[in-house]
Design a protein around this ligand. Structure first.
Ligand code: GLA
Length: 388
């Protein structure tokens, strides 16, 4: 089967799709837990994509099938979609595309049914935004099938709404924006307050560098509640400081701001967000002047802040950072929400292999399952792959 050919769709539905749309997973270079604080992020799209083959239906029926999940075809009526309603298994994959259809309709767009077939090469449960890729590919498909002509950032916002209000995950907008708006060869410098953005050239090979993704293969159960807790903590911190969001606390005034927060649990959360925003801006400045290798220590400082202040790391992620650093990497950090998932490692090309091996060896010594290491090549954002 050719990726994006529509053959999988034909096998399930017995006819050709109207088109095939693809949306990538992402890895975040820097700017973690800043997106729900109106802050800055800098993700890049991965070459791994979720592909949605789709055909419009005018009878209000939505049929969903995934090549990667057991359970056959889920059939729903678009009129019956309600936020946090039941879509088969609540935590199941079908809630994501169904949520996108709900969000489009809730925003007043006239979309009806469709047959969808999903195939994804984005690793799941690895903190690489496989859910956002599924949402965004679905949104692009519906925008085209129903002639909505919605711009990519608007589709990303609606995908976030689907995830927040339909699926019930309180994420920020970074993952959906990365999947919808990244371009090949660039990282996306995004202001999550107003979605202003700039494509920052990230040509690693010119500098003799490689960016590795290390998927630890672990997901600690603590993660889900802890994300919401930290999010609430940040909101409490902003309220205590009388600002709309922690993005509004200037780095130069951090000391004074911290003195005004009496709650010892909130203080490090605030410190992380304010310093992390500063690190994003610092990394952008370095990339702009071609000092790519110099972002290494910025990444590692970001990890320390996520580990010590924001408390969202875990032993496996800390070990990636420690072992890669000891093996000569320029910098490393956990990426995504934390409590497992993946880390990014920046290394000179000549050292990349030995860094990967050092991480593998350290995992073996610690008795952890072997991690999956691959290169992050800054890739294109979502789009239509083919007409049939
Ligand atoms: C998850 C969320 C994002 C973002 C990151 C942390 O990936 O989906 O919105 O908050 O965690 O930076």
């Amino acid at each position: 089967m050719t990726a994006g050919s529509g053959d999988g769709f034909r096998a399930v539905y017995g006819a050709a799709p109207d088109g095939v749309w693809a949306a990538p997973g992402r890895v975040n270079l820097i700017g973690e837990h800043t997106d729900y604080n109106d802050g800055f992020v800098m993700p890049l799209a991965l070459p791994h994509t979720c592909r949605v083959s789709a055909a419009r239906r005018d009878d209000g029926v939505l049929r969903l099938h995934s090549a990667d999940a057991a359970g056959g075809v889920t059939e729903l009526r678009v009129d019956d979609l309600t936020p946090l309603g039941v879509v088969g298994d609540r935590g199941g994959w079908a809630a994501y595309p169904a949520g996108v259809v709900w969000a489009l309709r809730a925003a007043g767009h006239r979309v009806g049914g469709a047959d969808l077939h999903v195939e994804s090469s984005v690793p799941t449960g690895a903190g690489l935004s496989s859910s956002a890729a599924l949402e965004v590919a679905t949104a692009f498909a519906f925008s085209d099938l129903y002639g909505l002509g919605l711009p990519a950032p608007r589709l990303a916002q609606l995908c976030r709404r689907a995830e927040n209000d339909f699926v019930g995950v309180p994420c920020g907008v970074m993952d959906q924006m990365a999947s919808a708006c990244c371009t090949a060869g660039h990282a996306l410098h995004l202001d999550t307050r107003d979605l202003t953005r700039r494509q920052v050239p990230l040509d690693l090979s010119v500098g003799g560098l490689r960016l590795l993704v290390v998927d630890t293969g672990v997901k600690h159960a603590l993660g889900d509640g802890a994300y919401a807790e930290r999010r609430a903590g940040c909101e409490a911190g902003a309220a205590a400081l009388g600002v709309r969001a922690l993005r509004d606390v200037p780095y130069g005034r951090l000391g004074a701001a911290l003195e005004r927060i009496s709650d010892p649990w909130l203080r490090p959360l605030v410190r992380h967000v304010v310093t992390e925003n500063q690190r994003v801006q610092q990394a952008v400045r370095l990339l702009d002047v071609g000092e790519t290798a110099a972002i290494g220590p910025v990444l590692t400082a970001g990890h320390a802040s996520l580990r010590d202040d924001f408390a969202v790391s875990c032993p496996e992620l800390d070990l990636v950072v420690e072992a890669s650093g000891a093996a000569g990497a320029l910098g490393a950090r956990m990426t995504g929400g934390g409590f497992g998932g993946s880390a990014v490692v920046l290394a000179r090309a000549a050292a990349a292999e030995s860094v990967g091996k050092a991480v593998n060896d350290a995992f073996a010594v610690a008795g952890y399952r072997a991690p999956r290491v691959f290169e992050a090549v800054p890739s294109a954002g979502a789009g239509r792959v083919t007409t049939a």
